[in-house]
Design a protein around this ligand. Sequence first.
Ligand code: MTE
Ligand code: MO
Length: 527
Amino acid sequence: MTATELDAPALPPSSERTRLRFFAAAFTGILALAAALAAGHLVAGFIGINASPYLAVGNGAIDLTPVELKDFAVRTFGTYDKLVLLSGMAVVMVAAAALAGVLSRRSPVPGTIVIVLFGLLGGFAVSQRPDLTSVALLAPAASLLVGVAVFLLLHRIAPRVWRESGAGEKSGTSRRSFLLGGAGVVVGAGAMGLGGQLISSARDATASREAIGKLVPARTAPAIPADADFAKLGTPPFLTPNANFYRVDTALSVPQLRAEDWTLRLHGMVDREIRYRYEDIRNRPLIERTVTMTCVSNEVGGDYVSTSNFLGVDLADLLAEAGVKPGAEQLYCTSVDGWTSGTPVAAAQDRGRGAMLAIGMNGEPLPLEHGFPARLVTPGLYGYVSATKWVVDIEVTTWAARKAYWLKRGWSQEAPIKTESRIDSHRGFANVKVGKVRVAGVAWAQHTGIEKVEVRVDQGPWRETTLSQQVNLNTWRMWWTEVDIPAGVHQVFCRATDKTGYTQTDMRAGTVPDGATGWHNVTFTAA
Ligand SMILES: Nc1nc2c(c(=O)[nH]1)N[C@H]1C(S)=C(S)[C@@H](COP(=O)(O)O)O[C@H]1N2
Ligand SMILES: [Mo]
């Protein structure tokens, strides 16, 4: 018999002399984390889901991410970059929580300190969100309180071992009560998290969008002719279905803004400030325009380009009603989640260009992901300087006075969409039969128009392709042709010439600061 075993029963069950079992200790941390995040999520359900500390920290991380890394993430993961970020955060948090638990095997103090630090971080992240008021701090506060309470409770009931030897369990803290307590926390956290999600979605924008019903244009866009695309030959369809329209934004969770709650404030260098409500816009004569939008982050050959029938009102009309003062240079546009863009006033006022405040897309109210209730669309300019989704504020101002989100991160102030072309059929590495091979794709030079598209095989001569019917200068144009491919591995290139006579340069440039250049090419292996 060792001295320890002899002494043990005589010792008071003080926490200095006992330690939590290793796995029990790790679980106190993880369960406290789960309860804390779930409590924050529940409270955020009432306030606005972005107050949820987890989402707020994630959103903060997105804003702090260096531009190169963000560019890499968009390239590598596309729209899934946020899912990757959230998953990565979850792994890190669970590991940190387990560690905090293990560090607290003797005393709950270290773990409590970690939880408080986490809580303060969450509170800080929430306080930095431009779309939230100080009421939102209730969510991280709830997280902090519940996290500490659950941690202390579990710490008290977790199974213990005597000192280093691990010779026996302290009486009164059975495994059973810990398991029951833990299960209770899991169920409670699940209910709170789900509750937060349900409450926020009951108040969310989906129901508001569904209640809007049909938006009727006073002037519909001209019907798209059947020969506007060569979809049967491998090009995309002329109009992109809403579900396939490319999506690029910095929002970790889609902003939930109800039409009833939406207002647009137009102010700054204007004669009179105006505030529009959704009904004000909806009840105006709505115009429909077919526009191809493009993202500056689109790599040569990339997919961040789509076409839609946008429905809305002329931005130039709204600006005329407010009366733009001389000297105004940009529309500094802010979304409900605090993202900003700067559109040249001249482009917005140019009626020939047709910039709009849009509320509809292909006959429906804007999908939530594409800016419900209202967004901007400016033909011919990359989206980051012209297409604020969930737009709630337009300040007429100068370039010197305000710097928009991507401008601060090294992208250009002026960003007209570059003339580009892409091979869609075939994509990637294609195995084909020797001889005549059909090649098809798309080209765009918004606000200018596509004049011709040529293809060539390896270093061979450029050959003109057949173009689709032109819909309007602000939309893409499809092309197709047949090329002769000899046996072996060959590169097929395409290049577009726009209506100013400019032909795409073969100089390869990356997307930063104002859009990629270079010829798209696809490898064909013929046998
Ligand atoms: N609020 C908000 N609006 C935004 C963005 C954003 O990050 N937040 N991204 C812009 C960019 S970079 C582009 S290319 C277009 C994309 O619009 P879409 O997602 O509807 O295709 O939206 C623009 N509007
Ligand atoms: Mo973009």
